[in-house]
Ligand binder design. Structure first.
Ligand code: GLY
Ligand code: MN
Ligand code: MN
Length: 460
């Protein structure tokens, strides 16, 4: 007994040393974006920054769901793109030119959460400054507390670039080294400056993020392939005895089983009247025999998200009216995809989809004047896709490396000014398209899309 108590301090020392010396970070995945990718993105941003400027990025806030329960932490996409770090309470500073700051001579500094055995016992492993230095290859890495101590004179730069500061950050009363304190400090030291700029960075980041590099495409393809397979499995499983939440559970099970960390956005599973609600996420209705269900769901893999919609007949067969509306949306979507070519304007696919929908709705007598199409198709057709489901991009001419969605829809709620036989029909078809030097590549193209192909898949 005495011998054990004599050795106890020695064991404790070994435990503490091995904790702080541990080379492994908290990430198990081997296919994350490489440190070279993130370093390259920081350099690309530096090249876009005007002379004598500094850019400051804050990690995403942690939000309370209820009482002691937090929402899943999701890193700010710009912060992730530039650093790779998926931890909260961090700040990244990128200087256009190398700077002497206290004892440092550097063009970038990241401030990160220090390691802390008791916090990590509750919330999981952290990299800590040493781990970040080893894993992420950012020139200067400091513990978060240094952000308030380091002497950075922001007034001497021509411009201080940052995104509008978050105003929904909660203070951790037990910490002086959390995001709340960093933002408060940054506000204090920059509030009198005339060189603050909160618009340039948004444009620079959009210019970078809208062109997907090969490493990003690997992850985005993985997210989309996982989602493709989940949508196909759903077609094989779906029947009208299911509820909307079972549809959601089934598709999300396939996302997670295949390795996705999350959904890129709340899954939309809207049946019957709910098919006409664009971002319906309640997902509580039992389906009925003749319902159409709009399933808009995409897996997120290492930050990159798919965004795919299919509209399915609950009972496996489209009614004649459902098929007529479906075929218009499909024709509009194909017309849109055909224009997903380099050099075309971002809105060209939308214009093509609108042309089809106007004409066909009028032919069916659902609208009397073509301009009334907006009653039934009242959203845009495309957005960029990537780290955000509605990703950053310039919305100018399409360029190789852009990934965009094409997702026209027609939604005819009950009570609409048309023959009631059309009521409660909502259809959206959404694919993810890579712009190339030649023809568009439909990344979600393996998911059946014609009414015949869907009915066939549903029989399997
Ligand atoms: N899933 C949201 C959207 O399609 O934009
Ligand atoms: Mn979309
Ligand atoms: Mn969608």
């Amino acid at each position: 007994m005495r011998r054990i108590s004599f050795l106890l301090p020695f064991f404790l020392l070994i435990a503490v040393l091995s904790f702080f010396g541990a080379a492994d970070g908290p990430d198990y995945d081997k296919d994350l974006l490489s440190p070279e990718f993130h370093a390259g993105r920081r350099e690309a941003l530096r090249n876009l920054m005007p002379d004598s400027t500094v850019a400051v990025f804050f990690s995403a806030p942690v939000h309370t769901r209820a009482n002691d329960v937090m929402f899943d932490f999701h890193q700010d996409p710009n912060f992730y793109y530039l650093s790779g770090l998926r931890e909260p309470n961090a700040v990244l500073i990128i200087f256009k030119e190398k700077q002497h700051i206290d004892t440092l001579f550097t063009n970038e500094i990241i401030f990160v959460q220090p390691r802390n055995p008791s916090d990590e016992a509750w919330d999981g492993k952290r990299y800590g400054p040493n781990g970040v230095k080893q894993h992420f290859k950012i020139a200067s890495v400091l513990p978060g507390g240094e952000f308030r101590k380091l002497n950075i004179d922001y007034s001497k730069f021509r411009k201080v670039l940052f995104f509008p500061l978050p105003d929904d950050v909660k203070d951790d009363p037990y910490s002086k080294e959390d995001l709340f304190d960093y933002v408060a400090h940054f506000k204090t030291v920059t509030q009198k400056n005339k060189n603050n700029n909160t618009s340039i960075l948004a444009e620079s980041m959009a210019m970078l993020r809208q062109i997907k590099l090969p490493e990003e495409m690997e992850l985005l393809r993985k997210a989309i392939n996982i989602s493709n397979q989940a949508h196909i499995e759903l077609m094989r499983r779906l029947d009208s005895t299911m509820t909307e939440y079972q549809v959601q559970a089934f598709i999300q099970y396939h996302f997670m089983w295949a390795g996705a960390e999350a959904c890129g956005y709340p899954s939309i599973c809207g049946a019957g009247e709910n098919s006409c609600i664009l971002h319906y996420v309640t997902n509580r209705k039992p389906m009925e025999q003749n319902d159409l269900i709009v399933v808009d769901a995409g897996a997120e893999y290492h930050g990159y998200t798919a965004d795919i919609t299919r509209t399915l007949p609950a009972n496996g067969k489209f009614s004649p009216e459902q098929k007529q509306i479906y075929d218009i949306v499909l024709e509009a979507q194909l017309a849109g995809i055909a224009l997903c070519k380099k050099g075309n304007e971002f809105r060209d696919p939308h214009k093509a989809a609108v042309r089809v929908i106007k004409k066909r709705l009028k032919e069916l007598g659902i609208i009397k004047k073509e301009e009334d199409y907006v009653k039934y198709f009242f959203h845009g057709t495309s957005h960029y896709l990537g780290l955000d489901v509605h990703d950053a991009g310039m919305y100018g001419a399409l360029q190789p490396g852009n990934v965009i969605t094409v997702e026209p829809g027609i939604y005819i709620p009950a009570g609409s000014d048309c023959d009631p036989k059309w009521w409660n029909i909502g259809v959206r078809i959404e694919d993810d398209i890579l712009i190339t030097a030649g023809e568009p590549e439909v990344l979600s193209g393996t998911v059946p899309k014609t009414t015949e192909a869907i009915e066939l898949e549903m029989k399997k």
